[in-house]
Design a protein around this ligand. Structure first.
Ligand SMILES: [Zn+2]
Length: 105
């Protein structure tokens, strides 16, 4: 489990909003490709919703190998040094594509 502040009431799910408020960073790793990418919890929330990090892990897949099984995700507090060196993967845009569905009568 991630490090959680004292005020957090146990039993309540530790959501991405909590993680943001606590200053945490999300690291999502593909063990097969050995790639870890770092995200801001609020941006993950934009994409996936205000879920727990376990649910994030269940929903993401590796962009490179398309795997789901090899993914792991965790929240952590960056150290002072990390805070300056982490390169985040930033959300640029959520694009809703128009899809046309036909039905023959
Ligand atoms: Zn991969």
């Amino acid at each position: 489990m991630p490090e959680q502040p004292e005020k957090w009431s146990r039993g309540a799910a530790w959501s991405l909003t909590h993680a943001h408020d606590a200053g945490q960073v999300a690291g999502i790793r593909c063990a097969r490709c050995n790639i870890t990418r770092y995200y801001k919890p609020l941006e993950l929330r934009e994409v996936i919703g205000n879920v727990t990090i376990e649910e994030v892990r269940d929903k993401v897949r590796c962009q490179q190998c398309k795997s789901r099984e090899w993914m792991s995700a965790q929240l952590f507090h960056p150290t002072g040094e990390q805070a300056h060196t982490i390169r985040f993967r930033r959300l640029v845009q959520i694009r809703w594509e128009k899809r046309v569905i036909w039905r023959d009568e």
